[in-house]
Design a protein around this ligand. Structure first.
Ligand SMILES: N[C@H](CCC(=O)N[C@@H](CS)C(=O)NCCC(=O)O)C(=O)O
Ligand SMILES: [Mg+2]
Length: 438
């Protein structure tokens, strides 16, 4: 409808969901839970190493204007020697079970706008109700559907960060897209913030922040007279979020402020695919994590990750493109390259000999086991053979040397037709799902 995506309550459509929960082996659930605080700590440590971020992304910077703009803001903060005493990271580490080896492999680590934290809770409640309602026919135990703590734990992390900022009249600023199909996912978090913690949130686009935001001499970010304690980015992760210089000025204004950024520019950069690929190289984890078994546990969930500088890998990807995924430094779903398109892109990049290869990474394609499912979209269902991607949200809050929160904070299961390459709910491919442990 005309004003849907702008005005709440107009032109509602239910989010796509799988009709019944998916059985998920407890061993993988526990492994992913154990990894959450390790990835939180890893993201934090890497975000502090500005030179590592700049050097690893230096070649990408030459060919990818979006990443270059992010890096420019990051280097400005380094020049200013800007310190972020209070750091809040709300991340999500996404995994797939590799059918060939039964290993849980990380697809990627998201460090900005990790969404569906709201809707994911709704799906597990919906599944519980359905199973309770049809207990006889289904023969499933409603209590076996794993509850989702994502709303309450995200609200708790944001409220605790707000309290650390220690200004009673301050607000949480939610940075949103001008047209947002997913606004109800966001609302669950902001309603919980108000009702559970009495914390006020305001929703602004980057353009509105540029127009209405100011920095006080002490660094306080003020929007319409309200000091901002926390900036919660639910936009700003894609070039589409920066249609003009105004949005880039807004990002810089936020970074220069004393507000707690979720994420800071450094935290944001840690979530790029190039950094993911660099961290998978020999001995790199040892730079950031101390404990041997932690390093072991993180490393064993890494899939194959390569830059395009390694000829033999590019050759095998050209020969069998179906075993790889070609990834640009983009977030939000729908950006990855598969199959024949992957082969053609690699051949073109090789022929051009251009350094555009630094804009991409190659990743081992993971083939999870398939199972039947009923997928519900716009009130109708289809039965299909599906695969799923399992994400654990992470919350990390630190004030100088004090780690206040370092925990998992809920889960997201996304299910899609096994025949599809791309995933993503907002991107229009995947369906929200929940799990029962087996
Ligand atoms: N509109 C933005 C959507 C933000 C977004 O797409 N985030 C990516 C990671 S960057 C993500 O977490 N996707 C999980 C849900 C999916 O599969 O679509 C919001 O509400 O914040
Ligand atoms: Mg992502």
């Amino acid at each position: 409808m005309q004003r849907s995506r702008k005005a709440p309550g107009v032109g509602l459509l239910h989010a796509p969901f799988a009709l019944l929960p998916m059985s998920f082996p407890k061993v993988y659930w526990e492994q992913a839970l154990e990894l959450a605080p390790l990835f939180n700590e890893l993201v934090h440590r890497v975000s502090l190493d500005g030179d590592f971020l700049q050097q690893t992304l230096a070649r990408t910077k030459e060919v990818d204007p979006f990443t270059r703009r992010l890096l420019d803001i990051h280097s400005k903060m380094m020049e200013l020697n800007k310190k972020e005493d209070i750091q809040l990271g709300l991340t999500r580490s996404d995994y797939m079970v590799d059918g060939a080896t039964d290993k849980l492999l990380q697809v990627e680590l998201n460090t900005i706008s990790t969404s569906s934290n709201g809707l994911a809770c709704g799906v597990s409640e919906l599944h519980r109700n359905l199973i309770r309602h049809h207990e006889r026919e289904l023969g499933l135990d409603p209590a076996s559907v794993v509850g989702n703590t994502a709303i309450t734990q995200h609200a708790e992390a944001l409220a605790t960060a707000w309290a650390e900022y220690n200004n009673q009249s301050a607000v949480v600023l939610v940075v949103v897209q001008a047209e947002e199909r997913y606004m109800y996912d966001q609302y669950w978090i902001t309603v919980a913030l108000r009702e559970m913690y009495g914390v006020t949130t305001i929703r602004k686009t980057m353009a509105e922040i540029e127009a209405e935001g100011d920095l006080r001499p002490d660094g306080t970010l003020v929007i319409n007279g309200r000091p901002v304690a926390v900036v919660y980015f639910r936009a700003g992760y894609s070039p589409a979020d920066y249609p003009s210089e105004a949005e880039w000025r807004a990002r810089l204004l936020i970074e220069r402020s004393s507000s707690i950024k979720c994420p800071s520019i450094a935290h944001h950069l840690v979530g790029t695919k190039k950094i993911q690929q660099e961290l998978a190289k020999e001995k790199v984890l040892e730079r950031f994590l101390d404990n041997k078994s932690d390093i072991e546990n993180v490393r064993k969930c890494f899939a194959g990750l390569w830059s395009l500088e390694t000829d033999n890998i590019v050759n095998s990807a050209i020969e069998s493109p179906e075993l790889f995924v070609l990834k640009p430094q983009r977030e939000g779903g729908g950006n990855n390259i598969y199959g024949d398109n992957l082969r053609e892109t690699l051949i073109r990049l090789r022929k051009d000999g251009s350094n555009e290869i630094a804009a991409y990474i190659l990743m081992q394609r993971i083939f999870p086991p398939t199972s039947p499912s009923y997928l519900v979209r716009e009130g109708t269902f289809v039965r299909d053979n599906v695969v799923s991607e399992f994400g654990i949200f992470g919350a990390y809050l630190r004030n100088k040397d004090k780690v206040i929160i370092n925990d998992q904070c809920g889960y997201l299961l996304r299910t899609k037709a096994a025949s599809l390459n791309e995933g993503g709910v907002v991107a229009g491919y995947a369906f929200l799902n929940s799990i029962f442990l087996t």
